[in-house]
Write a protein that binds this ligand. Structure first.
Ligand SMILES: C[C@@]1(CC(=O)O)C2=NC(=C\c3[nH]c(c(CCC(=O)O)c3CC(=O)O)Cc3[nH]c(c(CC(=O)O)c3CCC(=O)O)/C=C3\N/C(=C\2)[C@@H](CCC(=O)O)[C@]3(C)CC(=O)O)/[C@H]1CCC(=O)O
Ligand SMILES: NC(=O)c1ccc[n+]([C@@H]2O[C@H](COP(=O)([O-])OP(=O)(O)OC[C@H]3O[C@@H](n4cnc5c(N)ncnc54)[C@H](O)[C@@H]3O)[C@@H](O)[C@H]2O)c1
Length: 214
């Protein structure tokens, strides 16, 4: 499996099944794009900004639902494996990506796994075990969460520094060395994680020291 980062904005994600698993997937996708959940019941679960459609399609009806919403990704999260089979078949027939929540063995063409993810600003880390052990993905995600504190701010800071170094006409090798030194510097990280420190000043110090060393 090849992890790719997919921009879903402007697209539709269609989720079949409004149980805890369908709700979790729907919350995740609804943060990014229009998400529609089809299910005969939704209990009192949280579906984020998703649109909820109360229905229980038979396997033979699933293709019509997929055609009607024209999604870029379909999620099969019902507790009825015949319906989930039909969702996979309908997605494949239309060349649409499909995530199947009730299977982690052999995957069908076009199938995708939803990884465990941590976000900090523009930085995302995704963990997958290729379907082998979702509990391990969750555990590793929890461990990475603390590591990532400040990463979004570091991405913003170094994006600005890259632009400034380019504009000041520094040669590529020097820019690369400077940015690499900043992202590895403990004092810059510490400053990014504390409210009253000055990360820009720390970064400027690192760049000056780096230039002196090369
Ligand atoms: C990462 C995460 C993302 C998300 O779903 O948002 C995710 N599962 C999560 C949690 C979790 N899921 C399960 C447990 C109970 C412990 C256990 O069984 O291990 C726990 C842990 C818990 O609940 O503590 C049970 C389970 N999961 C699947 C099956 C079916 C099967 O194995 O056949 C069964 C058995 C059902 C049963 O037996 O009834 C299948 C899949 N689950 C995946 C993703 C995909 C593979 C990801 C990978 O490559 O690792 C895949 C293949 C399909 C998919 O859904 O995309 C999310 C953590 C989010 C987070 O917290 O960060
Ligand atoms: N991927 C994961 O992390 C994970 C975790 C636990 C379970 N699972 C598997 O995923 C499936 C869903 O898990 P759950 O805990 O949400 O199950 P659940 O039984 O609580 O919910 C299933 C939902 O599907 C709905 N449904 C039934 N028939 C439908 C139809 N024809 N069309 C639309 N919706 C329909 C039900 O009303 C219910 O709301 C289970 O089969 C389970 O094996 C996956």
């Amino acid at each position: 499996m090849v992890p790719l980062v997919h921009d879903l904005s402007g697209e539709t994600v269609l989720v079949f099944g409004g149980g805890p698993v369908g709700a979790r997937k729907a919350r995740r996708f609804a943060r990014e794009t229009r998400t529609v959940v089809v299910s005969p019941e939704f209990a009192d679960r949280e579906f984020g900004e998703s649109e909820l459609v109360r229905a229980a399609p038979e396997p033979d009806d699933v293709a019509d639902w997929v055609e009607r919403f024209d999604p870029v990704l379909v999620v099969a999260a019902t507790n009825d494996s015949d319906v989930n089979d039909a969702v996979v078949a309908a997605a494949q027939a239309r060349g649409v990506l499909v995530n199947r929540a009730d299977e982690s063995g052999d995957r069908d063409a076009g199938s995708v796994v939803v990884p465990a993810t941590v976000d900090d600003g523009t930085v995302s880390v995704a963990v997958t075990t290729g379907g082998a052990s979702p509990a391990l993905s969750k555990y590793l995600r929890e461990r990475i969460e603390a590591e990532l504190d400040g990463a979004g701010a570091m991405a913003d800071l170094t994006a600005d520094l890259r632009t400034e170094l380019k504009e000041s006409g520094r040669p590529p090798a020097e820019r690369r060395a400077a940015i690499r030194a900043v992202v590895r510097d403990p004092a810059v990280w510490k400053a990014l994680r504390s409210a009253d420190a000055n990360p820009r000043r720390e970064a400027a110090r690192v760049i000056t020291e780096q230039r002196g060393n090369s």
